[in-house]
Design a protein around this ligand. Structure first.
Ligand SMILES: [Zn+2]
Length: 283
């Protein structure tokens, strides 16, 4: 499933090629993805130039004529731009737009999604959107501070990992990154939120930003491989310390103590989600 770093990688790819191109034609192979697509309203954007490409949580927002086209990649969606003559339709490709730059060069914006949990919608000029309105701050913004996190932890007994995954608290920290954040911050994912100290809140914010930043940097290296080519970006996996490492030795304990240290990563379900941690160095 694409997480925030993958979506940000897609955004950077699209931001490098879409702005200034005019929409020549939109073709849809179906009328719905997860929700019905507003095809008639979208078709009214034909002839308009695309503006900047923004991201909010895991939603891509393409600016067109004061409106925003909202794209969500769902579980398996891929959105990519490809230059050249019209490509063959891929299996599971549900829509594509033909774009043209001022020199007449054609670009194809294509959406492929085998599981169809993705979304395509329109946010009219000056309006909000039900999917966007209740979202908490961006994890890489200054709004997501230790003070803010502490204020949201007050009086909450929910495990800290589950709180970090709540989109009304902070967006874009998915299951993998929540486990990795708790590991790097040396805090048990099971710790009740209201028992997180001020110093630990600082570590959680810093490490959440570091783990997402590392993943975006890893995505940047895969980005170079597909920009301008005909391949869609794959989803990348960075080096992980705990996620899906149950039964394996803890890297930090092994480095801190000795190679004979037998601290192992354990696994449990927390709030219905697979959770991984080292019970020796995460308290
Ligand atoms: Zn450990």
């Amino acid at each position: 499933m694409p997480e925030l770093p993958e979506v940000e990688t897609v955004r950077r790819h699209l931001a490098s090629v879409l702005p200034g191109r005019t929409i020549r034609e939109m073709t849809f192979k179906r009328t719905d993805l997860r929700y019905p697509m507003p095809i008639a309203a979208l078709q009214e954007l034909v002839g308009r130039p695309l503006g900047e490409v923004h991201r909010r949580a895991k939603y891509l927002l393409l600016q067109v004529n004061g409106a925003q086209v909202l794209v969500h990649l769902g579980m398996s969606g891929r959105l990519f731009a490809q230059p050249g003559p019209e490509p063959e339709w891929q299996k599971h490709e549900h829509w594509r737009w033909q774009l043209m730059d001022p020199h007449g060069e054609v670009l194809w914006l294509r959406y492929v999604d085998a599981r169809r949990f993705g979304a395509l919608d329109l946010v009219p000029p000056g309006q909000g959107h039900a999917l966007l309105d209740a979202l908490g701050p961006e994890p890489l913004s200054g709004e997501f501070s230790a003070g803010y996190l502490r204020s949201r932890c007050q009086g909450r007994q929910v495990p800290i990992k589950q709180l970090l995954m709540s989109a009304d608290i902070v967006v874009g920290i998915g299951n993998i990154y929540a486990s990795e954040t708790c590991y790097r911050a040396e805090i048990s994912p099971l710790r009740p939120a209201d028992q997180v100290t001020p110093a630990e809140a600082v570590r959680l914010v810093q490490q959440a930003q570091a783990v997402l930043g590392d993943a975006i940097a890893a995505g940047g290296s895969t980005l170079r491989d597909f920009v301008g080519g005909d391949a869609a970006p794959g989803y990348f996996q960075q080096q992980l310390d705990v996620y899906h490492r149950e039964g394996q030795k803890c890297n930090r304990c092994a480095a801190l103590r000795s190679l004979a240290d037998d601290s192992h990563i354990v696994h449990a379900r927390v709030g219905q989600r697979a959770t991984f941690w080292c019970p020796t160095c995460q308290k």
